[in-house]
Design a protein around this ligand. Structure first.
Ligand SMILES: [Cu+2]
Length: 235
């Protein structure tokens, strides 16, 4: 039954393709491609001296609260539409996101999870961590986590949540619970893409754990992709 349904979906996609490029374009929508960049001089990257559990954590950690490319692109910023277009209901449940703890660092540091979606927190380190967070809209959690234990947590309400480990004070992770599909996390070059957008005027919001929040108005029209550079200032 499941296979039959999937075959039908593929068939519909092929019909759309032969109906012409314009139809495909209208159906798939436009793209906002952007880069988040730091304006002005880059603050010095902070190093943290590790005094415990050096056999796993190492002797020094990069703070990683601001990671820049050589061109000033900002990694790990979260970008979303304040006024999203109506999204068709997801055909499948949102994927489970995995966040590991490796060498006493949350990996990845910043993740987006759909509201109602689940994150599996892993611990690949051969020592104890604890998973501690006091969100506003979602229930708090404070869980001891020995090596190899997976802790699944479901996030129902959109918000930005900080996760830490009480045993290793530098450990910091961020969970952004998304209220719609139009979210992205910037890559190592500071780049992001939001796809599937009908023409219109959008407000793009960029959040970064250290640089705060910046919003930009962007018009998606005939040109595709619509490109934007969002500048953020160190505080
Ligand atoms: Cu820890």
């Amino acid at each position: 039954m499941a296979f039959f349904f999937r075959a039908g979906t593929v068939g519909a996609a092929i019909v759309t393709l032969v109906a012409g490029l314009a139809t495909v374009r209208a159906a798939s929508g436009g793209t906002i491609k952007g880069t988040a960049v730091l304006k002005g001089p880059a603050p010095e990257a902070r190093k943290i001296t590790v005094t415990i559990d050096q056999y796993v954590c190492g002797k020094e950690k990069n703070a990683e609260d601001l990671v820049l490319s050589p061109q000033g692109g900002i990694r790990n910023a979260v970008v979303w539409l304040v006024n999203p277009p109506p999204a068709s209901p997801a055909a499948t449940p949102p994927p489970v996101i995995a966040v590991d703890q490796r060498e006493c660092t949350f990996t990845p540091r910043v993740v987006v999870v759909a509201a109602g979606g689940r994150i599996d927190f892993l611990n690949s380190d051969r020592l104890l961590h604890n998973l501690h967070s006091i969100p506003n809209a979602n229930p708090p959690f404070n869980r001891t986590q020995p090596k190899g234990r997976t802790i699944p947590i479901t996030f129902a309400h959109p918000e930005i949540i900080r996760v830490s480990c009480d045993l290793h004070s530098w450990m910091r992770g961020w969970v952004v619970v998304a209220e719609h599909p139009f979210y992205a996390v910037t890559d190592a070059g500071g780049q992001f893409a939001l796809t599937g957008l009908p023409p219109g005027r959008y407000t793009v919001r960029v959040w970064h754990e250290r640089l705060g929040t910046v919003s930009r108005e962007i018009i998606v029209g005939d040109q595709d992709p619509t490109t934007v550079t969002v500048e953020m200032t160190a505080r």
